[in-house]
Design a protein. Structure first.
Length: 144
């Protein structure tokens, strides 16, 4: 196989990420020039957990608070800044797979929602156009 073809395959077919290797994957692509120790990296990783908690709270109460939505938007912006849209989308699809309807409006609003995501756990290719978006979140984002 020639060198150019091998490079294209690597770009199209990134490594498989799963629950066992996602932290290492995130660390490899983490880009925060002001980060001086592992604590800061782990604090940024926790932002995924905070987004998941906000979604869980919304699912259980049915109530959306403006400050919570703004906080979620800020978390996603920061995650995008330190990982970039490609890596962030892969992390979101792995770690927030049941909350995609909640996260998608924010990522669409920021213009970082991918058309497809590859190699998440055992799934080779995921098309993202079939994922629905929460109407309440869409209304909130239209107002800002």
């Amino acid at each position: 196989m020639d060198k150019d073809r091998r490079f294209n395959i690597l770009m199209i077919d990134p490594e498989i990420i799963d629950d066992k290797n996602w932290i290492l994957y995130a660390a490899r692509y983490y880009n925060n020039p002001s980060c001086y120790d592992v604590k800061e990296f782990l604090e940024d990783i926790k932002r995924l957990k905070y987004v998941k908690k906000a979604c869980t709270r919304y699912e259980s109460t049915g109530e959306l608070k403006e400050h919570t939505l703004r906080l979620v938007l800020n978390h996603i912006v920061i995650l995008n800044n330190v990982f970039g849209p490609f890596v962030l989308s892969r992390l979101v699809f792995l770690r927030l797979s049941k909350q995609l309807y909640f996260v998608k409006p924010f990522m669409v609003y920021l213009d970082i929602w991918p058309d497809e995501v590859r190699n998440i756990e055992k799934r080779n290719l995921l098309y993202t156009d079939k994922i629905t978006m929460d109407k309440n979140i869409i209304e909130f984002l239209r107002k800002i």
